[in-house]
Design a protein around this ligand. Structure first.
Ligand code: GZL
Length: 319
């Protein structure tokens, strides 16, 4: 009898909430966790693989996923986060397109009692209470791996042009930092030009076309992702040069198109950046929702690929 009264009271409360314009918490009644995810965009093969991983993992975990694509604009991500707060989702997760400008909206989520998980990219907030955990790669280490390979695989003077990721994005800032840290050991390796290609193939091609015109004797391209590296290769070929022979190419990510170019000899070395964060994200969201403690930082596992390693890995590559 008591159970029936309690159930009736619950239904009445939800109806009253709905009637007076209040919103019952999203997903309430089903018991399933509702996750609001604000994605950066669809700028690269990596991002596509990351989105697929999150969507498939949500389905497998029985998580109700609300998903938005910000088209690489911070204001769109902030709008999406505010919308998830309004909808009273259980957990909010997002990949911050740039490091700065998040404190206000993260404070709004905190005041609404909605935990936030950072995935893929970090924010520069001093207040780490604004998010429960950051799941993603160590981008400085990725830059170090790229620089260390060049130091170990070059002799004599080397002129490098760098295609940076999105201005202000954690992977762009940190991949540059790690690369410079390693090549500092070789004063004859010089970054003679460095410009953003915004992590897109077209951006990489346009910037490389300009660099080929303005910068004599380029030996190496260091691109912060495969997509910009592949765009640069198009420009190198159009200029009548042979990628992998006249100009060597180092990239980060390890998506299929990049790995194929590495196997074909057009890219020389790839530092992997693992986009398959979906399952870990769902596990973390459930723990956070259940009030369990989670590590402040979860670093994703990833490796590097030479040409032979790419040939061996391609047949079983998931993305
Ligand atoms: C890295 C991720 C970067 C990829 C790019 O974790 O944020 O953004 O390296 C993607 O391909 O656009």
């Amino acid at each position: 009898m008591l159970k029936k009264i309690a159930t009736a009271a619950g239904v009445l409360l939800l109806s009253a909430l709905a009637a007076c314009g209040g919103q019952a918490p999203a997903g309430s009644g089903t018991g399933a966790l509702t996750l609001g995810f604000a994605q950066v965009g669809a700028e690269s093969g990596w991002r596509t693989a990351n989105t697929k991983s999150i969507q498939e993992a949500a389905q497998a975990a029985g998580v109700v996923l609300k998903f938005s694509d910000a088209q690489q604009k911070q204001e769109n991500q902030i709008k999406a986060i505010r919308s998830y707060i309004q909808q009273k989702v259980d957990v909010i997760a997002f990949s911050p397109v740039v490091e700065t400008g998040w404190d206000t909206v993260l404070l709004e989520a905190k005041r609404a009692g909605i935990p936030v998980i950072l995935t893929d990219r970090a924010v520069d907030s001093e207040d780490t209470s604004l998010y429960r955990t950051f799941l993603g790669s160590d981008f400085v280490e990725e830059g170090r791996k790229a620089g260390a390979w060049l130091v170990a695989n070059s002799t004599g003077p080397v002129s490098v042009v760098e295609l940076q990721g999105t201005t202000g994005a954690a992977p762009a800032i940190d991949r540059k930092k790690g690369f410079e840290e390693k090549i500092a050991a070789r004063p004859d390796i010089k970054v003679v030009a460095s410009q953003t290609g915004d992590f897109t193939r077209s951006g990489g091609k346009q910037v490389m076309e300009a660099m080929l015109k303005s910068t004599p004797d380029i030996d190496v391209v260091y691109a912060h992702n495969d997509d910009m590296g592949l765009g640069a290769i198009e420009a190198v070929k159009a200029a009548g040069k042979v990628p992998g022979r006249d100009i060597r190419v180092i990239t980060v990510d390890g998506v299929r198109d990049g790995m194929q170019a590495l196997a074909n000899g057009e890219i020389d070395f790839i530092v992997e950046c693992n986009p398959l964060l979906g399952k870990q994200l769902m596990d973390l969201a459930k723990k956070v929702k259940a009030g369990e403690s989670v590590p402040q930082r979860v670093v994703t596992e990833e490796t590097t690929f030479t040409r032979e390693q790419a040939k061996a890995a391609l047949p079983s590559r998931q993305y």
